[in-house]
Design a protein. Sequence first.
Length: 100
Amino acid sequence: MSMNIRKTFAPLPADYVPELRRQTWGHFFGLGIQEARKSAGLSIEDAARLSGMESSEWMAIEGGHVPQETDRLRAMAAALEVSFEKMFNFVLLCREAWEL
C-alpha cells in the first residue's frame, strides 16, 4: 500500500524551513541551559540574579532565545559555574538559532 506524500501534504513556504531550523536549535539551546541550571541546583530566579538578568530574560533563553552578546554568555557561564569555553562551544553548536 503505497501513499503519495506529495498529494497528502502541501509544500512548506520557502521561508518556513529556516524559521523551523532556528526554532529547533533555539529549543535545543534552551534545554541545555535549563539542564545546566538544574544541575547547578539553581532556580530560574537565582540563575537570573547571579547573571545580572531579569527572570523573564532567563526564561526567554530557556525558551529558545540564544544571546549573542559575549558579556551575557560570560555571565551565564559564571552563574551556572561552567567555563566560558564550554558555553561558547554550546552556542557555536546552536548557532543556527540566531536570526541572521
